[in-house]
Design a protein around this ligand. Structure first.
Ligand SMILES: [Zn+2]
Length: 253
């Protein structure tokens, strides 16, 4: 059995193992999430250079050990860390890396998710509306993980939405309900305007790089983010630590 394997991967996070080494968590194209030891990475003259910094995209050669993989070689394809001078954008990218880490299991490959995450990092540097891009990423991620919300028809009476008005997004049922089917809104049943519903439909259908609607008001973006976060909490039982950090950063924007 050949124990060496190649992958392209994005560094999600790393933890210190000892004075010289780190355990790095990487989300890769063909092998899904991988944990691997980067030997000597903490030394000043390490062969890895800055390739093991968070969010760096690398071409990797890895060795599959009995208990743990080891990184033999790395070559930087793209480095978000060195190119993003913008702390807020960096925070948004870390926020998404945390979500990818929490929603994936080791060695369960999902190439479409890899491509989506890679595209997000590449677009995030220059995108004029980085918050819209990040929120769009989350909604697309739900779809790729099999939690696509129903946005075309009422989840109860199955009528197609074509009228102007307000709807209720029922987080627990994963979709939109018309007002005649569900009149009461609670914590998990959120009122949604026709405008927000249209925006969500567009996000679901369009490619990430085509979502360039730069004139979306901040309250709409906040609403989009709020619903995504409750969706994450309810369906995946996760709450992002980095979200609190981001909220603090917003104050200094
Ligand atoms: Zn209905």
């Amino acid at each position: 059995m050949n124990r060496l394997f190649r992958a392209e991967g994005i560094v999600l996070k790393s933890i210190k193992l000892n004075e010289a080494d780190k355990i790095v968590t990487i989300f890769s194209d063909d092998h899904g999430k991988i944990k691997a030891i980067a030997k000597g990475v903490r030394k000043t003259k390490s062969q890895f250079g800055s390739s093991m910094e968070n969010l760096t995209i690398n071409r990797l050669l890895l060795y599959r050990g009995k208990n743990m993989n080891t990184i033999s070689q790395s070559e930087i394809v793209n480095s978000f860390f060195s190119q993003s001078k913008d702390l807020f954008r960096y925070g948004l990218a870390i926020h998404c890396a945390e979500i990818v880490d929490k929603l994936t299991v080791e060695e369960d490959h999902n190439k479409r998710l890899y491509n989506l995450f890679k595209n997000l990092l590449l677009l995030l540097r220059d995108e004029q509306n980085p918050v819209l891009l990040t929120e769009s990423f989350k909604w697309k991620l739900f779809t790729l993980l099999g939690y696509k919300p129903e946005l075309e028809r009422c989840i109860h009476c199955h009528s197609i939405f074509n009228k102007e008005g307000h709807y209720i997004f029922d987080i627990t049922k994963g979709g939109i309900s018309c007002f005649s089917c569900q009149k009461n809104a609670g914590y998990y049943q959120i009122k949604m305007s026709n405008y927000l519903l249209k925006l969500l439909q567009r996000i679901q259908d369009a490619d990430l790089k085509k979502i360039h609607n730069k004139k979306i008001d901040e309250p709409i973006l906040n609403e989009l983010g709020k619903i995504a976060d409750i969706y994450l909490k309810y369906h995946f039982e996760i709450e992002n630590q980095s979200k609190h950090f981001l909220n603090r950063l917003k104050l200094f924007k």
